[in-house]
Write a protein that binds this ligand. Structure first.
Ligand code: G3P
Length: 225
């Protein structure tokens, strides 16, 4: 079982060109050295096709961005758990707002992750779905109001009540679940505020992926916690 020290930073590479292919490997190396320098737990969430190489060439913890609720067989174009496992994933995001899943499917894939002692981070869009996610006992629930994703407006400032409300509701259901928050997070202040609201880390993308110097941006992100 992974014992991850808070605060946690999960960097979602999404499908930006700056974080795809060769650039994904470069970004993963920046994440690796920012994690080592700062002593903070940092996790990469690259595209499926980039996972194997990142696992081969770095020591950074790596999650997939999604896993389909399928069994091995005829499912063209799908992301199969077993393949991701053999590519070396340490866990996965599930139900990201850009890749929503049905509750029963989240449950199924979350169980596969937990049975294999891997990290499960279920994303949610509001307090109610965060509560549903918490009942499934993942390591993380990541609250991300969809309208703020990629906006550059930090959720910790724009909707602090959603972060606080999620922490309160999730902990009432399951104390062992850690709450992360995301959407518009990019600076040290944003992250410090998120932690003040009770989050144990952040899930973020564009602020780091599109930064001129991602490693410096990551070090700034964790500089005030
Ligand atoms: O998964 C991270 C995410 O959706 C937030 O994106 O670009 O607002 O940091 P961004």
């Amino acid at each position: 079982m992974y014992k991850l020290k808070s605060p946690i930073v999960i960097l979602n590479f999404k499908t930006y060109l700056e974080s795809s292919g060769e650039n994904a490997l470069k970004l993963a190396k920046s994440l690796e050295s920012a994690a080592q320098e700062s002593g903070t737990t940092m996790i990469a969430a690259p595209q499926t096709a980039d996972i194997f190489r990142i696992k081969e060439e770095t020591s950074i913890l790596t999650m997939s961005q999604h896993i389909d609720a399928i069994d091995a067989g005829s499912n063209t174009g799908s992301a199969l758990f077993e393949t991701l496992l053999s590519a070396g994933i340490d866990g996965s995001l599930l139900n990201h707002s850009e890749q929503r899943m049905e509750l029963a499917d989240i449950d199924l894939v979350n169980e596969k992750l937990l049975e294999n002692n891997l990290i499960s981070c279920i994303c949610s869009n509001n307090i109610k779905t965060s509560m549903a996610a918490a009942t499934l006992n993942p390591q993380f629930v990541a609250i991300e109001p969809p309208e703020l994703i990629g906006s550059g407006i930090p959720v910790s400032q724009a909707e602090p009540e959603v972060v606080e409300g999620t922490v309160r509701a999730v902990k009432k259901i399951n104390k062992s679940v850690k709450v992360l928050c995301g959407a518009g997070i990019s600076t040290g202040e944003d992250m410090a505020q998120a932690m003040e609201l009770g989050a144990e880390g952040v899930l973020l993308a564009s602020g780091i992926v599109k930064a001129d110097n991602p490693k410096e941006a990551l070090l700034d992100l964790v500089s005030k916690i």
